[in-house]
Design a protein around this ligand. Structure first.
Ligand SMILES: Nc1ncnc2c1ncn2[C@@H]1O[C@H](COP(=O)(O)OP(=O)(O)O)[C@@H](O)[C@H]1O
Ligand SMILES: Cc1cn([C@H]2C[C@H](O)[C@@H](COP(=O)(O)O)O2)c(=O)[nH]c1=O
Length: 235
């Protein structure tokens, strides 16, 4: 029996270099194999590896049906075309109308796939990604590889620039695990002081959110606890 396609939103997220674009292209390729008619949307200002095509850091590129936009509204004609089943959007964090457009596409019974950063360089949310998240049917959180070998969950910006949008690659950004992120940030902002107060406070706030008991919080300077403190804290 034939079923009409239902709308569906998949969000692929993670830090830079975690394979979001690779996964977007893979999911898009599967839909093409299934005979679906697809469009890929590229953020027009991101011309790092190609002017017109979506490209991964290791230079794999989208081949066909890629359209460019600064705002998604510019390409509503192509995306909402009756003939289109699947819309795949790269660099979702940069589209100011991302969340609303995904809702409209889903209501129009399109399969929507979005690749977007999990957090800004300062670990704050990209507003449109935060708005999309609760509306997604599926969320895949990818990790990159940190220099220390751990899974990288954050993106460190090597420059002191504070604007939200700063297009770049390895010359400006590095994927980090939590510990290396703290170190990189504190070295950049405080010179020798590896764990300044702000970072310690941030860490403890995170611990509180994760319900780690305050007594069990580890030292942040890597030195062992004194036997008396260790036994008092139940370590
Ligand atoms: N630190 C890193 N961790 C994982 N992959 C990396 C790293 N640095 C470079 N890469 C490369 O980046 C590729 C992923 O690129 P891409 O899909 O464009 O990621 P994203 O879209 O998440 O930035 C990997 O296949 C790998 O070749
Ligand atoms: C963390 C962060 C990143 N950017 C930019 C840098 C790149 O141009 C893209 C992310 O690309 P990728 O496919 O995920 O590697 O976003 C930014 O503008 N602001 C940030 O905070």
């Amino acid at each position: 029996m034939y079923h009409e396609q239902r709308g569906h939103i998949t969000l692929v997220t993670g830090p830079m270099f975690s394979g979001k674009t690779t996964e977007l292209l893979r999911l898009h390729g599967r839909q093409q194999l299934a005979g679906k008619r697809c469009v890929l949307v590229k953020y027009a200002k991101d011309t790092r590896y190609d002017e017109n095509l979506i490209a991964t850091h290791d230079k794999h590129k989208s081949l066909s049906n890629t359209i460019k936009a600064n705002e998604l509204q510019e390409v509503y004609g192509e995306m909402f075309d009756e003939a289109v089943d699947v819309v795949a959007i790269d660099e979702g964090q940069f589209f100011s109308d991302l969340a609303d457009t995904c809702e409209r596409l889903m209501r129009a019974r399109k399969i929507v796939i979005v690749a977007a950063l999990n957090a800004r360089f300062d670990r704050k949310a990209f507003e449109q990604v935060a708005l999309l998240q609760p509306n997604a049917n599926e969320i895949t959180l990818l990790t990159a590889v940190c220099d220390c070998g751990e899974n990288a969950i954050f993106t460190h910006r090597k420059s002191a620039a504070t604007e939200e949008e700063l297009i770049g690659g390895k010359e400006v950004y590095k994927a980090c695990c939590r510990e290396c992120y703290y170190k990189a940030e504190s070295e950049m902002h405080d010179g020798e002081n590896i764990y300044p107060k702000k970072m310690v406070d941030d860490f403890f706030m995170t611990s509180t959110r994760l319900h780690i008991s305050p007594e069990k919080k580890p030292r942040l300077d890597g030195r062992p606890l004194s036997p008396r403190t260790a036994s008092k804290n139940g370590h």
